[in-house]
Design a protein. Sequence first.
Length: 784
Amino acid sequence: MITNRTYAVEPWAVRETELNLDLLAQSESVFALSNGHVGWRGNLDEGEPHGLPGSYLNGVYELHPLPYAEAGYGYPESGQTVINVTNGKVLRLLVDDEPFDLRYGRLVKHERTLDLRRGVLERFCEWTSPAGSTVRVRSTRLVSLTQRAIAAVSYEVEPLDSKTRVVIQSELVANESLPGPNGDPRTAKALKSPLQPEEDMAVGPRLRLVHRTRTSGLRVAVAADHVVDGPEPTSTSSESNTDVARLTVTSVLEPGQRLRVQKTVAHGWSGTRSRPAMSDQVEAALAAAAHSGWDGLVAEQRAYLDDFWGRADVEVDGDEEIQQAVRFGLFHVLQAGARAEQRAIPAKGLTGSGYDGHAFWDTEMFVLPVLTYTAPKAVAEALRWRRDTLPAARDRAAQLGLRGAAFPWRTIDGSEGSAYWPAGTAAFHVNADIAHAAVRYAVATGDADFERDTGLELLVETARLWRSLGHHDHHGTFHIDGVTGPDEYSAIADDNVYTNLMARANLLAAADMCERHPDVAARFGVDDEESAAWRDAAEAVHIPYNHELGVHEQHAGFTRYQRWDFTRTRADQYPLMLHFPYFDLYRKQVIKQADLVLAMYTCGRFFDEYSDEEQVARNFAYYEPLTVRDSSLSACCQAVVAAQTGHLRLAYDYTAEAALMDLADLEHNTRDGLHIASLAGTWMALVAGFGGTRREEDHLSFTPRLPEKFSRLAFRLQFRGRCLRVEIGADRATYTLLSGSPLRIRHHGKTLTVNGDGPVTRAIPASKPRPAPEQPPHRRPNAR
Ligand code: BGC
């Protein structure tokens, strides 16, 4: 049970009613606003106090040297790190002659609310200065989902008991000093003042700063415009220097009078555009935003989100925390990807600098599944970013002596950023994950243009990689040796089942897509010989199985390893990687995160078609006691397979873990940014777990079953131009076609058609009782 909640439990909002300065960094992540292009952490308007100031532009990073104690061929020479760009959020306030700073004086009332329907962060507070003046401050902030470059704040101050002189300083601040040492001193040096000034301007209410990163050479322009509303006389002045541009607004207010500043901030960056062009770009974005006005921006935001929720909402009856969390998760997943537009979707979105702002396979296997069925346009954009990075991926493959493309394990600009090759270079599954996401998107939308302009190239280049990475043995069996699967407590393993099954799907899908589009395939030099070789490899791929135990092996030989001594591992020794050497983790049966279990979800048909009905349950029962969930990517995958195998109670507990990862700060690192994959995983646990939603070729199937605690679960899916609503109760499920032409689906194995004539209801068969699987001691999910 989660106790001491920081946020009130409400269906459509995340609300904080007390300000705990120790939790400031965590709430800055939770209250972060983003549209996938611009990200503003939930820093207090006044800039201080802060946990971690954060303003990010997707794709803006700096390079730093990657040090190696022992050099080796093919190691990346420099690392990429997201940087804190020019901060447009800051509105400092002076009350009489004292700075409004919540570390001093008395905070009488405080409330911050992230409104998931309006897409704004609202703040309300009353504060008494050390000298005894009390003011009320209200602010509303948004990062526009409709105008990609724009963020805006409405900031209002009002004295409560006496005539008060008020000064608001609205600023753009570059090169803010960041708290704490940033790990390696060489990295810290590269990141200290990463922005070199090129231009500063302040004319009336308009401010602008243009900078350029030192090594990566990216130009960043940020401009602001203001509308000031206060009693006469209210005066303004503005000034700028290289790193600060400031509008100062002064007024004397009687109780009941208000001074309001509406600030609109435009952001832009480029590796190629000139300084004047960048200045014009942000000025033009400001002009467009001014055309909408503050009220227009707020209304557009609401309309955008109404449309999103109409397509994407998930309703849960019976657990209010999960209801809130799934909407919070969907909101942040949307924010991470909505307007990323041919840029990466980082593991933390644009909510913090954790993982250096890198994108991993999290995007394709956790975030894109949600967006495919709720906001599919964003998926095409994210995969077009991968396509645009193909030149770097081809170079990397060539450097590794392989064909095709080897996508990076972690990256911002498309080049490999991992300095630890056993869990970086060797994690080749990321290539099949990208291919899987491309196929998922193409099938779920029927977007043939995408197949031709993006999907096919991604599939061909990844298929080529697998064909050259693996080999046929003298029996003709195809092996992929020496790779790392999702479980990072096993590395450089042979025939990892997840990797092999995903590679198999990649090879077959590439051959099929080339057959569908022979002209495009020919352009990429694919001939019949090549696609036949892909099919041969796919059909001969080795899937290791232990006949004695009746279970698949996570990788060849895995079940022979010594089991980790869980009984002698203390609760405070998790995560294991921080307390035990990797070499020991690698040679024992201990699993960081769902691997074979994930394969049973993503490649479920293999297990259905080639195994007996009980195989999935047997595998799950075998791997559960070995899985420690030292990654936040695990619980949601385990939830899906627990639900599939009828362990609904366990699935429920895992769902709650994924759902509350950040709202309850379960891993104590939400301050670094949100766990976007786990938030997306909440949707996955509900929709694929309890909804039993699977994509089978070009149709959807469902095997819904609810845990006891839920009285109802309802969700909506976008599929091939339709919007389908699924509503599940304790003993029946109802399918309603909200828009689009009739759709054939399957419910617990039986085909049915939904059309405009009305909902179709079917009974839910009882699940087969099975003994509850064990987890390692100390690693059971919290029972709710
Ligand atoms: C996990 C990876 C994941 C990364 C970023 C690691 O702890 O093991 O699977 O991609 O975090 O979320």
